[in-house]
Ligand binder design. Structure first.
Ligand SMILES: [Zn+2]
Length: 237
């Protein structure tokens, strides 16, 4: 359709610029989402604001991801929530094609720890309260260790915290536009389809740890284009 309009306008003697050609809206939305969640370094990891986008470091935010096997430990939850945490870890690792197994009992055996803490709230700074947070330790874009801390709360809040913080633990930052488990505006208790797409794109081999947004966003766009055409083909069958 866009092509036909372009042809008609060109016949009329007009020159079109790229921004006048109808975009593929779903692809643009996926790229927009990835631009928010696929690069770590926004101030405090918080949702992108106009002022964050204008900081000189914005273009230099990096791809941060697991490249080694995960050995997880989940502690302090009741059976249902323990199973939920385990399901998120395994499903996200499987989507990312990262090997995952239960850690042994040794102090240093686990590199991804999910813990229910015996507190009502965390105070990460004098200005804020949080019911959960993730500490992601990475070196040159390669995640080495993650600890997710969750305060006592209602099960639904804990489920939201689990999926939100575990996604951070896989290298995703916050989203501010589309429905997402890392978007504060939606208290989702499962990753959204945009989140699954972002995980698959981030863990594509062409997205290289520690490379900047400037270098990797065009690559991510190509990867997303391929992922979406594969999804469209398989759902058309
Ligand atoms: Zn968060």
């Amino acid at each position: 359709m866009g092509g036909r309009i372009a042809a008609v306008l060109l016949l009329g003697g007009l020159v079109l610029t790229a921004c006048q050609i109808a975009p593929d809206r779903s692809l643009d939305a996926a790229t927009l989402h990835f631009n928010e969640v696929g690069f770590r370094g926004a101030p405090g990891g918080h949702p992108l604001t106009g002022s964050a986008i204008l900081t000189p470091t914005f273009a230099d935010h990096r791809v941060v991801k697991w490249t080694r096997p995960i050995r997880y430990r989940i502690t302090g939850f009741n059976d249902d929530l323990h199973a939920t945490a385990e399901r998120f870890l395994i499903e996200i690792a499987k989507t990312a094609r990262i090997k995952i197994s239960v850690a042994g009992d040794g102090v240093d055996d686990a590199n991804f720890i999910v813990r229910l803490e015996d507190v009502d709230v965390f105070e990460p700074s004098p200005m804020e309260y949080a019911s959960c947070y993730a500490n992601v330790i990475q070196y040159k874009g390669h995640i080495n260790r993650v600890s997710v801390h969750i305060a006592r709360a209602k099960p639904r809040q804990i489920e939201h915290c689990l999926v939100h913080e575990i996604l951070h633990g896989f290298g995703l930052a916050h989203a501010s536009r589309l429905p997402s488990a890392v978007n504060y505006a939606y208290q989702l208790i499962e990753p959204s389809s945009w989140d699954w797409l972002a995980v698959r794109a981030l863990y594509d081999a062409r997205l290289i740890a520690n490379k900047s947004r400037t270098e990797m966003l065009p690559v991510a766009r190509q990867v997303l284009r391929e992922l979406q055409s594969t999804t469209a083909r398989s759902s058309a069958r």
